[in-house]
Design a binder for this molecule. Structure first.
Ligand SMILES: Nc1ncnc2c1ncn2[C@@H]1O[C@H](COP(=O)(O)OP(=O)(O)O)[C@@H](O)[C@H]1O
Ligand SMILES: [Mg+2]
Length: 432
């Protein structure tokens, strides 16, 4: 019953079947199942034996509920069930026996959960939702032997659009590249990854930080929120009335687990976390620095590039200038590139209409704004990222450049800016 992940509904399987022994369970299941949008006619009267009989002749559902009350030897019967049940089905059992040994044995034989009768509606609902999440979550076995790709996105300053870029790149990875993709939003208090995709972040990430010892593959499967068959998200809206105490090991462990469960991971990393937890970029294959054409962003791009050179020498770096508006930039592209001593890889145009529309629809900009110039620039950026990751190295090593003091380089840029009272400054067009 435990088997590699398959997208739901792709092979004609029903979402849910239940086989229950008593009328109370039957009524309860019908009510909960209806709430979950599953067909109630798949809730059958009859226990485990009926389940075995029916499933030996018909395709197995994604989630199966079986009542063990009438079973004399539950463990043996569960093993019979495993023989007729197709791989991937997540099984929940219920019964009257309150014995932790039985529970452990059932879990060991592949049962996802065991609910004691009489069941409460909330417990049943939670168990079914968790089972569905387990069914939908990807497993470690990948059909593809490409190495895992971990991309960390860092904004040089708040509001430059790092989260907008992260959600869009993750979306494109899951749809265009069709890779099973995880998005880890490490802005645990104020992250917008879930909001951008109209999802509830849940408590998974907060729980992980508070309790790192709980983090394992199963925890990941349960804690992640699905945006689609190929995209899952781990984020939080941690309470802001008390600090979250962590040495960062939970974040690192999460990255490890995501690496084994998904083909690609996109980490939205608030820049303050670089200072606190530098090890979070140690395994990144790619770092995307999102910046904009301002003096402050130029300074911080230089600083972050230099920091990456020391702290993530294994990582390729891509510099993305977002919110570019021809004619109203603080610094021209040329001066910006001069000061950071490397080329900008991608320029994304300012487009408030497209980003507002995405926010309203609860979709990523790459999704809802696909036909806009911004949407197409994001597709091009994703293509560049894949090319760099696959060894077609256009970005060069982290940091790069010929050295010189930060102040010296910024002064060069400042000298290029017009002085107050002088003729009107006409910057170069910044868009590509
Ligand atoms: N290219 C763009 N054009 C216009 N607005 C943008 C663009 N990129 C991002 N934004 C907007 O800027 C705001 C901040 O973006 P966000 O991704 O949350 O930034 P960050 O994560 O860097 O703080 C959001 O309202 C977003 O919609
Ligand atoms: Mg952000």
């Amino acid at each position: 019953m435990n088997a590699p992940w398959k997208p739901a509904g792709s092979d004609g399987r029903d979402p849910f079947h239940a086989y229950v022994c008593d009328d109370h369970s039957l009524d309860l299941l019908r009510a909960v199942v209806q709430d979950m949008g599953w067909p109630i006619e798949k809730v059958h009267k009859g226990g485990l034996r009926n389940a075995v009989q029916s499933l030996s002749m018909a395709p197995s559902p994604n989630v199966l509920f079986v009542d063990l009350s009438e079973s004399g030897d539950p463990l043996n019967d569960i093993n019979n069930l495993a023989e007729v049940c197709e791989p991937g089905t997540v099984v929940i059992a219920s019964g009257q026996v309150n014995d932790v040994r039985l529970y452990r044995d059932l879990v060991a034989s592949g049962i996802q959960d065991y609910l004691l009768k009489p069941m409460a509606a909330d417990t049943l609902r939670d168990a079914l939702a968790a089972a569905q999440a387990v069914f939908l979550a990807p497993r470690a076995e990948s059909t593809d032997d490409r190495p895992h790709l971990m991309v960390t996105v860092i904004g040089t300053r708040g509001g430059v659009g790092a989260s907008t870029v992260t959600t869009s790149l993750a979306y494109l990875s899951s749809t265009k590249a069709k890779r099973s993709t995880a998005l880890l939003d490490l802005d645990v208090h104020f992250g917008t990854g879930a909001l951008a995709m109209d999802l509830e972040p849940g408590r998974g990430l907060t729980d992980a930080v508070e309790n790192p010892s709980r983090i394992d593959g199963l925890f990941i499967e349960r804690a992640m929120v699905r945006a689609s068959d190929t995209l899952a998200l781990l984020s939080a809206e941690a309470p802001i009335n008390q600090p979250l105490i962590t040495d960062g090991s939970a974040y690192y462990q999460l990255e490890e687990e995501l690496r084994s469960a998904f083909e690609c991971t996109f980490v939205d990393l608030p820049r303050a976390m670089l200072v606190q937890h530098p090890h979070l970029v140690h395994e990144s294959n790619l770092v995307v620095i999102v910046t904009e054409f301002t003096l402050a962003s130029a300074r911080d791009t230089i600083r972050i590039l230099s920091w990456l050179k020391t702290n993530a020498p294994q990582s390729q770096v891509i510099v993305v200038a977002n919110k570019a508006q021809a004619g109203i930039a603080e610094i021209t592209r040329k001066d910006f590139e001069h000061s950071i001593e490397r080329k900008i890889d991608s320029v994304l145009p300012y487009d408030a209409k497209v980003t507002a529309q995405a926010a309203k629809l609860g979709k990523t900009v790459a999704d809802s704004g696909r036909s806009s110039k911004l949407g197409q620039s994001l597709v091009a950026l994703h293509g560049h990222l894949v090319a760099v990751a696959e060894g077609d190295n256009a970005a060069g090593p982290a940091g790069g450049g010929k050295g010189g003091s930060l102040i010296g380089r910024l002064m060069d840029v400042k000298l290029a800016l017009p002085r107050k009272g002088k003729a009107k400054f006409v910057p170069e067009a910044v868009a590509e």
